[in-house]
Design a protein around this ligand. Structure first.
Ligand code: PLP
Length: 383
């Protein structure tokens, strides 16, 4: 099966339609070997010599992800953080980067520290404000604009096409953390991005049972080659079994994400009129500030992530999370099971996250069970 003219949902369900040549198995074999034997004449005609450099367990999941994102190549990493940090480590001292003010908190903290030790300059901008992005970008000095859309934990929407134009006007690359959107809803490379990043721990795998990361590139240029070389030399590679599980998870990516979108939309609408709720942050709500851009940029749904700000501040938010019975009170996102967390508790004292905010990852359970559970938890917390 070639990826031309076949819909991404079909490519994912059949994992590119590949069949194992030797056994005719539809599920790929699990390659665990760390090393590969030389030919008699001292060559490596298999193209492999050592699994840190070229692990056959990566071939199919990387090819599938590249096809889903419409990129030239994908690389798997040990985690989303390993993937994201590999991009920044491909920059040179003296380069300037622009990153979002509000984004996945651990990565933002790392960027703030790393840019100092690596000799980079950084500006944090509100990426949904195109004038702010224009002001932050420095022609011929900015080499990377990083964004995350929808962005944790307020789900700010970046207009990828518009920001790509600004970045390219300054000769910079645009990298998009598309963990929350997934290739089901948004294909950043088609919109002009140069690199797409995923915490594959989340929707791509979808079962909360591995930690993994991935990058996809529009083109195998010099910058990408540096990233590739860094993966080989720094060694932040995924394990073979995790790569195998990731491919299995990606086969159900489309139905999982579509169901999560339906649930998140229904939950958002139900909670928006709940008396104990101050605000629901969800790109699928018409009064959400990024709704119009999201409606243009996201196809088939607005994602499975939403946040709820409750009346009664932090104590009421924490009490709501403590009173759920079906939702799991845990960090992370993108699994089949619904998760709820008091986000400021995770991010720590310097967070821009409001103290009354609960971050919700809608899973694929029956939506009415999820709504009923949240209603009773809100009521219990406000008794
Ligand atoms: C949007 C986003 N990007 C990156 C990461 C980091 O990924 P990982 O935990 O796989 O290292 C996360 C993890 O929560 C995330 O939510």
């Amino acid at each position: 099966m070639t990826s031309q003219n076949i819909s991404p949902a079909t490519l994912a369900a059949q994992a590119l339609g590949r069949v194992d040549e030797k056994t005719r198995a539809v599920a790929p074999p699990l390659h665990l070997s760390s090393t590969f034997v030389r030919d008699e004449d001292n060559q490596y005609r298999s193209g492999r010599n050592y699994a840190r450099a070229d692990n056959p367990a990566f071939d199919q999941p990387e090819a599938l992800l590249a096809a889903l994102e419409n990129g030239e190549e994908a690389l798997l990493f040990a985690s989303g953080m390993a993937a994201a940090t590999a991009v920044f480590q491909a920059l040179q001292p003296g380069d300037h980067v622009v990153a979002p003010k509000v984004m996945y908190w651990s990565l933002r903290n790392w960027i703030a520290g790393f840019t100092k030790t690596w000799g980079l300059a950084v500006d944090f901008a509100e990426m949904s404000d195109l004038d702010a992005v224009r002001r932050a970008v420095r022609p011929n000095r900015t080499k990377l604009v990083w964004t995350e859309t929808p962005g944790n934990p307020m789900w700010n929407i970046t207009d990828i096409a518009a920001v790509a134009e600004i970045a390219h006007g300054a000769d910079a690359k645009l990298a998009v953390d598309s963990t929350v959107a997934t290739p089901v809803l948004t294909r950043p490379i088609q919109l002009g991005a140069d690199i797409v990043m995923h915490s594959a721990t989340k929707y791509l795998n979808g079962h909360s049972d591995i930690v993994a990361g991935a990058l996809v590139t529009r083109a195998k240029d010099e910058f990408w080659k540096r990233i590739e070389q860094n993966r080989v030399q720094l060694g932040g590679i995924l394990g073979s079994f995790e790569a195998w599980l990731l491919l299995r998870g990606m086969r159900t990516l489309f139905p999982r994400v579509r169901t999560a979108c339906v649930n998140a939309q229904a939950i958002s609408e139900a909670l928006a009129v709940h008396p104990h709720v101050r605000a629901v942050l969800y790109p699928g709500l018409p009064d959400f500030s990024g709704h119009d851009v999201a409606a243009r940029q996201m196809q088939g749904g607005f994602g499975g992530m939403l946040s709820v700000r409750v009346h009664g501040g932090e104590p009421a938010a924490i009490a709501t999370a403590a009173n759920v019975r079906i939702w799991k009170r845990a960090t992370s996102l993108g699994g089949v099971e619904s998760l709820i967390e008091h986000r400021a508790s995770v991010e720590g004292p310097d967070t821009p996250c409001p103290p009354d905010l609960l971050r919700l990852s809608a899973g694929i359970e029956d939506g009415s069970d999820l709504i009923a559970d949240l209603r009773q938890a809100l009521d219990a917390a406000h008794r």
